[in-house]
Write a new protein. Sequence first.
Length: 106
Amino acid sequence: MVYITTGSVSEAKDIARVVIREKFAACANILPQMESVYEWEGKICNDKEAVLILKTTQDKLTDLTDCVNELHSYDLPCIVALPIENGSQDFLKWIYNETHPQKSKK
């Protein structure tokens, strides 16, 4: 799973659509509002953000990260991967199948 913060729900949706279309992720969850407090360039900031959570596989992580970095409006976006250690095997298989589509046989 990949945890990402964005400046808006719209930005989260835009990123989600691209990474899913490109098969870098199988699914996206968007949490529309959270508040972040952090220091940036010597200043304490307090901003409203949206959270984007993506489900993917380890081998897609580099492509997904590169894609998000390219699309994201922040200079230094929060992109943090968390391992999926267990879960519904059917769901985990679905994530794999969505990110690794089979080439159609002719």
